[in-house]
Design a protein around this ligand. Structure first.
Ligand code: PMP
Length: 404
């Protein structure tokens, strides 16, 4: 099988020193490789300009504080937030969701209230809600999927009641690549007075996101999937919601005044950033946002859409391959091969210099729904091209030969 040349190739592979020639890295949905501008910012921050933030009276620390807060402004601009104060630096999407579960849901929900999730959510958008629901006596409902494996918004419309106080959904599924119509989901949630949290982990690296245009209430994402460092992510929340939320953790930096009798808290976002933050992580995220913005999210989206189409077309010609997710899935192709465990697919592909993910992708309820233990998943990033798709397809053809 030959794969057509990708005319939209972004030609940025040389920016990624950790991708050796001939290695097809197809695991960007797990974590993205880092471009040189991000590596340079990290090396310079630790190697030349390093100091703490928010506390120092010396120039170096004041400069670092400016850089840290400039990163927050860059994030706000990137996702269309009304103010940088609406952007809380967290460890990643997981921490962002836990923060909302504890500080918003944990204080706003009452026994008998309901939370609506979907059947394709990542464990990090399931377990934090279960923990808070159990504590409070709230209930969780699950929106099913359509035949083409997208979140079924018609079903959601029929399920929503005024007992629902929160809807939490993935913008793009990390397994299926299905893209949610966030605006419609928000409209439906708001129609019954519920808030809506969007897990933007897989969306932010591959499409332009404007949180105010989407009209959601909370939006979370991780820096490391956006070509930035690990250990840094963003929780965006509408200012009025953040203002009303109690702190997540106690410690330095999140206070206004501390005495042994009583402590008053800083306003957001500081209230939610106890302790010395991941300073260099924020600077690296800033560089990563600059990097993708310079390429252009629309170009990245078109590029990945072309690669997904090539991969799906080529894989669909192999009889024993079963593809999951909708035709227009964003950057992600999940598949299985009849009679072959996905881990064996991953191991054989590794011998062919093709790195994919095999497993349940932290979405066990989705695997149960599909009645499979795992899938093989190829996911694309800015550095991939038609040669990577061709290597994937050659590898799969070898798998099918080996397993007869
Ligand atoms: N949601 C989705 C859709 C994801 O793909 C991931 C990461 N696989 C997460 C949440 C959790 O992100 P992190 O582990 O960076 O906190």
């Amino acid at each position: 099988m030959t794969v057509a040349t990708d005319t939209r190739a972004l030609d940025v592979l040389a920016d990624f020193p950790a991708i050796p020639e001939g290695w097809a890295y197809l695991d960007t949905a797990a974590t993205a490789q880092k471009p040189k501008p991000v590596l340079d910012v990290i090396a310079r921050a630790y190697g030349e300009t390093y100091a703490t933030v928010h506390r120092g009276v010396y120039q170096r620390s004041a400069d670092m504080t400016l850089a840290y807060e400039a990163a927050r402004r860059r994030v706000a601009d990137f996702i269309g937030a009304a103010s940088p104060d609406e952007c809380v630096f967290v460890r990643g999407a997981t921490e962002g969701i836990n923060l909302v579960a504890q500080c918003w849901a944990g204080t706003q929900l009452r026994a008998g209230d309901r939370i609506l999730l979907s059947a394709l959510e990542h464990h990090s958008n399931i377990v934090p809600w279960q923990m808070v629901a159990e504590r409070i006596g709230a209930h969780i409902d699950v929106v099913p999927l359509t035949d083409d494996q997208c979140i079924d918004l018609d079903a959601m419309a029929a399920m929503l009641t005024d007992q629902h106080k929160l809807v939490a959904l993935a913008h793009v599924s990390n397994v299926l690549g299905s893209v949610l119509d966030v605006k419609r989901a928000a409209q439906l949630a708001h129609g019954v007075g519920a808030k809506i949290l969007i897990d933007g982990c897989q969306a932010v690296p591959r499409m332009a996101v404007d949180v105010r245009d989407l009209d959601c209430d909370f939006y979370v994402f991780s820096g490391h999937k956006l070509y930035g460092p690990t250990g840094i992510g963003v929780l965006w929340a509408r200012g009025d919601l953040l203002d009303a939320m109690p702190p997540y953790q106690g410690g330095g930096s999140m206070i206004d005044r501390v005495t042994f009798e009583k402590t008053s808290y800083a306003p957001p976002p500081g209230r939610f950033e106890a302790g010395t933050p991941h300073i260099v992580g924020a600077l690296g995220l800033h560089a990563a946002i600059d990097y993708v913005a310079e390429i252009g999210l629309d170009r990245i989206h078109a590029h990945e859409t072309a690669l997904v189409a090539q991969a799906r077309e080529a894989l669909s010609q192999i009889n024993s391959v079963r593809l999951y997710g909708p035709e227009d899935s964003a950057g992600i192709v999940s598949f299985s091969i009849q009679g072959v465990h996905p881990h064996d697919i991953g191991t054989i592909l590794d011998e062919e210099q093709v790195a994919i993910r095999a497993g349940h992708h932290c979405a066990q309820p989705l695997m149960d729904l599909l009645d499979i233990p795992a899938t093989a998943r190829a996911s694309f990033g800015v550095y991939n091209n038609a040669a990577d798709v061709a290597a994937l397809v050659r590898g799969i053809e070898r798998v099918t030969r080996i397993f007869g």
